[in-house]
Design a protein around this ligand. Sequence first.
Ligand code: ATP
Ligand code: MG
Length: 323
Amino acid sequence: MSPTEPAAAPSGTPPRPTVVTLGAHIVDVLARPVEAIPPGQDTVVVDQVRVTAAGTAAGTAVTLARLGNRVVSVGAIGDDALGDLLTAMMARHGVDVSGLVRRTDDQTSASILPIRADGGRPSFHVPGANLTLAASAVDPGLLAAADAVHVGGPDVAFGLNDPAFLDALDAARAAGTIVTMDLLSNLPDLVAATAAFLPHVDYFLPNEEQARAMTGEDDPERAARALLAQGPKAVLVTLGAEGSLVVSAEGAHHLPALKVEVVDTTGCGDAYCAGFITGLLHGRDLRESARWGTAAAATVAQGLGSDACLTDLDGVLALLAEE
Ligand SMILES: Nc1ncnc2c1ncn2[C@@H]1O[C@H](COP(=O)(O)OP(=O)(O)OP(=O)(O)O)[C@@H](O)[C@H]1O
Ligand SMILES: [Mg+2]
């Protein structure tokens, strides 16, 4: 089936919304608990090692699929074993990987994350093929046919900062597609350059550090207002364990994080985006969609890796009902 065909659905039920995720695709290898690199050739036995499809496009894609959306992911990966693994993991979760291009000169992006007992998450990262994603890899028709497009990591997929891609986002929005955006890195130069996308997106969801790097404002609300002035309908700044700040023309609203037993917060921002987008596609308003994002993030925080503990939308919404 081509990615632009409507989803097959039992007669009488509407097709599931289609979301296109676009940008960073990363293989995460995680271990916990790890306090230090052992000396010499020593081996330390740990409780758990996992591998996941992660990154601001692939990780969000997996969570979106788990939440019941049809998902097509667009990005650049290597023509290597990591790329085979990444596509297999995404497909296993039901994500359509036909939009991934494979590079022979660059490896699939990957991270090794030794997670501390307290949830701390240092990482070793190879950007790899993510840096090579170009506007030419994106089919404008796919974007315009989608219910939502999530631009995940234009700070590393800087080839998307191209009039052809920005025009495609505008055409998709004119056709009724919701456009959301999140960033991958905290590198000031890369993050600052993504301001060019702001007039072309509806909802921007940076974390606190990214919002600060883009605006020079230390205060998240001031940073969010400065970003809002550049075009989006709303800016949602995630604040880690402090929750998130939802800022729109209607004002600013702080949403606390849910109180859960935290194991590892890797991918919480990606899950937040996936829950938020799912809320919007279910017709929820800005604040309620942000609550769905908060609940999706709190769900994945309870296990190791960006897709941990997240089975379906009902499970995520049950967490909200417990509040
Ligand atoms: N310790 C925690 N307990 C409960 N919820 C959390 C915790 N940490 C993060 N969250 C939830 O996850 C959301 C996103 O977290 P955060 O701000 O760390 O995103 P991020 O830096 O983009 O993470 P990543 O890029 O790894 O996905 C927060 O707004 C909050 O709702
Ligand atoms: Mg993030």
